[in-house]
Design a protein around this ligand. Structure first.
Ligand code: SF4
Length: 473
């Protein structure tokens, strides 16, 4: 993952990772390993909820997967059906109350939910519920889904679910666990990834295929836009909740930055896409340079593509300290600042006297990029050029990526040349939107590109604030 956005608050911060498995004797341990492999999608809290047909058992805690789940905890959850969640707070604060899976009891029994994405109408829905006396236990948008599901209903359970899902607007990949069923669900535009696999005959669901690989499951398919897949003792069943079919709006930034390079997301391998982005970047913005230097880790694949296409050799001018952690993913400015300078170091002997072209996936605030350029110049680089494997990010994301406020996005305030001067670069080139969309294989209208072009597929009427549901107490 890129560390351009790491310290000093440069980060677009995600959000969440999901893993679930139905009917496997090692379900809880598999979920633990699945979450481990999805840790890049959220490091603030993690939880696992399991059932054997009776009560739902859950353990949720702040921190990293590896620190949270001891052998004893995993043994206490031991059941053949489990869902798990890793979280970064895109809405709601970083507290244990907001850690998922959320667990509720309603008239039809206990229910657990794990959510990846952001709803754009949860404020409105929550206000309605609260005006009728409902009490919310968390400050997340995900709880709204539980309240919708808990509404009185005497028809079939499918219709209860469909009624609730139809009221949601925005991005949601969901795993829902009841005593006798597990659901895997994707919103009508399929903003966030969610795939299905199989392990020893047991169905598995995960945010990314890297989690399937880790537990030894085989990839079967992606959950389709608007699809509900139910797993129960009767087998697997699928139906669609939207009134009409909608055009997908897959988050293209998953390919640029978030997903792991070994995952298949939206039907294609992330590493291959990033290589293509790098090749397209080299064609659009060639550089007269001696070496291509990636910003590790998320610049690695695009830099390789840039090197292949340009013929300029790739070298590792930066070394990442893997023991610092993804400082940017921590929620407070203070916590992020504590990681400054620890994360990447320059190998002076590689860059000294060279014309260096640095490849990264994005520039958010610009603060950290500036620091990197300074390090290269101090180490004796003769020229520093920067190439970015996506267009300038000038608009906020309302669908689950926690970009900073628009006024903090450097591309919302400055032209490309102003950014170049601000970062003290000899040249700066961003991949065009056409270049980005030519590197992915789905039809171009099937991706969300709102943070680049301001075209929001799902209109946003609510004023979005991360902590909009927060209550002072
Ligand atoms: S606005 Fe950007 S980050 Fe957000 S879903 Fe769309 S492409 Fe992804």
């Amino acid at each position: 993952m890129s560390d351009e956005r790491d310290v000093e608050g440069g980060a677009p911060r995600e959000y969440c990772g999901l893993f679930g498995i139905y009917g496997h004797p090692e379900a809880v341990h598999k979920t633990y390993y699945g979450l481990y492999s999805l840790q890049h999608r959220g490091q603030e809290s993690a939880g696992i909820c399991s059932t054997g047909g009776g009560d739902l058992l859950a353990h949720r805690q702040m921190g990293h997967v590896g620190d949270i789940f001891t052998d004893e905890i995993l043994a206490s959850l031991r059941n053949p059906v489990a869902i798990g969640h890793v979280r970064y707070s895109t809405t709601g604060s970083s507290t244990i109350q907001n850690a998922q899976p959320l667990l509720f009891n309603y008239a039809a029994g206990p229910l657990a939910i794990a959510h990846n994405g952001n709803l754009v109408n949860s404020g409105h829905l929550r206000q309605e519920f609260e005006s009728r006396g409902s009490i919310f236990q968390t400050s997340t948008d995900s709880e709204t889904i539980m309240h919708l599901l808990a509404q009185p209903w005497d028809g079939p359970e499918d219709d209860r679910l469909v009624r609730a899902l139809r009221q949601l607007r925005g991005a949601f990949s969901l795993l829902i666990l009841a005593r006798d069923r597990m659901y895997a669900i994707r919103d009508r535009h399929a903003f966030r990834p969610l795939c299905l696999g199989v392990l020893d005959g047991a169905p598995v669901a995960a945010s990314e295929t890297c989690a399937l690989d880790v537990v030894g499951a085989s990839y079967v398919r992606d959950v389709k836009p608007g699809e509900v897949v139910e797993f129960s003792a009767k087998g697997e069943r699928s139906f669609f909740f939207p009134e009409k079919e909608e055009t997908p709006a897959h988050c293209v930034f998953e390919h640029v930055y978030f997903a792991r390079p070994d995952s298949r997301v939206f039907g294609e391998n992330v590493h291959q896409v990033r290589m293509s982005l790098g090749r397209a970047l080299a064609k659009e913005h060639p550089a007269a340079a001696d070496i291509v230097v990636p910003i590790p880790d998320s610049g690695n694949d695009a830099a390789l593509g840039f090197s292949h296409a340009s013929g300029i050799p790739l070298d590792h001018g930066f070394v990442r300290n893997h023991y610092v952690g993804r400082t940017f993913i921590q929620p407070t400015q203070g916590a992020r600042i504590s990681g400054v300078g620890l994360k990447l170091n320059v190998i002076g002997d590689v860059v000294r006297g060279k014309r260096v072209v640095v490849v990264d996936d994005s520039i958010i605030r610009g603060t950290t990029s500036r620091g990197r350029v300074r390090l290269l110049r101090q180490a004796g680089a003769k020229e520093v050029h920067m190439r970015i494997s996506c267009p300038p990010i000038a608009h906020p994301c309302f669908y689950g990526i926690d970009f900073p406020n628009p006024e903090e996005l450097v591309a919302a305030r400055m032209s490309v040349d102003e950014i170049r001067r601000h970062l003290d670069l000899d040249s700066l080139g961003y991949l065009s939107l056409d270049g980005l969309l030519s590197a992915v294989t789905n039809p171009r209208g099937h991706y969300c590109t709102a943070c680049y072009d301001g075209r929001y597929r799902v209109p946003v009427h609510e004023k979005f604030e991360k902590l909009r549901h927060e209550r002072k107490c």
